[in-house]
Design a protein around this ligand. Structure first.
Ligand code: ACO
Length: 401
């Protein structure tokens, strides 16, 4: 048995906080969350207002530069991003190396990491201009990379970016368009997806953002850092939850079966959890889920479709919010509960959901990375641990063991 006090007698002040539930790893001026009240602000602006009135390009400018852009600044920023949407042609070769059934997140991890090998002219992180260009490149190329991952998995030819379209319109066309055929971007879908991007743009020190910061703290180049963030986002407890939530809603299939699933979620011997429910920080309704629920209705109305899983989701939410277990543990729908329903109505397969999240979160990741690198007090991230192994003992030759 390890005597922890003796082992750490010379260490000084030492805190043990598994999962970092109450330790701030940095200071940041980007995003504020009040989990008890269900408040999310980007540079002071409430997420509801941004989702209602602004665009993903505006929010990207806000996160990167600190202020909402003027008309001229927005045009300039949009033009700059648009100019970088093309992918180096040699990167196509990377796609051919993947199996057709590769998960888009596997492709994204690989291709985004590989950008470091192509854009040497923007990897000197001590140069603010390099940092700016690499940030723009990452934001601009992410839709192209994600759309190509989708095309590759469905065996269709890649489409080049059409830079006459909006950021989101361009992504929709690269994903769903077919060569030699006109693809008309549906304005309601374009707006809904742009709003989904806004809702995912940043969320302070979540697991993937902390990963990007930790990777970046060693001086790694931004493309490698964002690839690390993508890897972290992939997990079902984080970005993979929207895929898992929709799969769960399909599995439930009918409102009659909801009580059975609620009982399973409450059973401590059953590892099942209600996907899209609960959050490390929000102990109230996730404000992004409110916008998401409204957006589902708009998309269904515009496309004149309905989906029984939406009814299951609405009823599941209502029953959970009136259930003592969920009330007591303060478990509310999070951003992922409804996002899968919209994304699938738009036509995205579930495997693309997390890739879309990564696309949007890239803005937050690069803004956080820039904020960290520009801070003169920045040091390499180096958490400590609480050692629980054997205390000092002598080596025994293999013949005597
Ligand atoms: N269903 C049933 N019970 C739950 C759920 C859930 N979805 N979430 C938490 N609980 C319970 C836990 O069993 C635990 O109960 P206990 O106190 O009796 O042991 C209690 O609530 C606290 O849960 P923790 O896992 O300790 O909370 P934590 O803050 O670590 O986890 C998390 C948060 C991972 C989001 C969790 O709520 C979860 O697994 N939810 C489902 C997955 C999900 O939707 N993830 C998306 C998060 S949002 C995002 O990444 C964009």
């Amino acid at each position: 048995v390890v005597d922890i006090r003796k082992l750490y007698a010379n260490t000084g002040m030492f805190t043990y906080d598994p999962g970092f539930t109450s330790t701030a790893s940095c200071d940041s001026a980007l995003t504020f969350i009040d989990g008890e009240e269900g408040v999310l602000l980007h540079r002071g602006y409430p997420i509801g207002q941004l989702a209602e009135h602004s665009s993903f390009m505006e929010v990207s400018h806000l996160l990167l530069n600190g202020e909402l852009p003027t008309r001229e600044e927005l045009d300039d920023f949009t033009y700059t991003i648009t100019r970088h949407t093309m992918l180096h042609d040699q990167l196509r070769g990377f796609y051919q190396g993947f199996r057709r059934d590769a998960h888009p997140m596997a492709i994204m991890c690989g291709v985004v990491g590989a950008l470091s090998a192509f854009y040497h002219d923007s990897t000197d992180i001590s140069d603010p201009e390099h940092r700016k260009i690499s940030s723009h490149r990452l934001i601009a190329k992410m839709p192209t990379i994600a759309a190509m991952a989708f095309k590759y998995s469905s065996g269709q030819p890649f489409l080049y970016p059409d830079n006459t379209l909006s950021y989101t319109g361009n992504f929709l066309r690269m994903t769903f368009g077919v060569p030699a055929e006109d693809y008309v971007v549906h304005p309601v879908i374009e707006r809904a997806l742009d709003r989904i991007f806004i809702l995912h743009a940043d969320h302070e020190q979540n697991a993937s953002t902390s990963t990007v910061r930790l990777a970046g703290s060693s001086g790694a180049n931004p493309f490698a850092c964002i690839a690390a963030g993508i890897a972290c986002l992939w997990g079902p407890a984080h970005g993979g939850a929207n895929e898992a939530a929709l799969n769960m809603l399909h599995e439930i299939g009918h409102p009659d079966r909801i009580p059975e699933y609620l009982a399973r979620a409450k059973d401590k011997d059953d590892p099942f959890r209600l996907m899209g429910f609960g959050h490390r920080v929000y102990k109230n309704y996730d404000p992004r889920a409110t916008v998401m629920q409204k957006t589902v209705r708009e998309v269904f109305e515009a496309l004149q479709v309905s989906d029984p899983v939406f009814d299951v989701a609405l009823q599941l939410e209502e029953m959970a919010l009136n259930d003592d277990y969920f009330i007591e543990k303060k478990l509310f729908p999070n951003v992922d509960f409804y996002s899968g329903v919209i994304l699938s109505a738009i036509g995205f397969p579930t495997t693309m959901f997390t890739a879309l999240f990564a696309l949007a979160r890239t803005v937050g990741w690069v803004a956080q990375w820039n904020e960290m690198i520009s801070d003169p007090a920045q040091r390499i991230g180096r958490p400590r641990q609480l050692y629980t192994g054997p205390t000092k003992r002598d080596y025994v030759p293999v013949s005597e063991r």
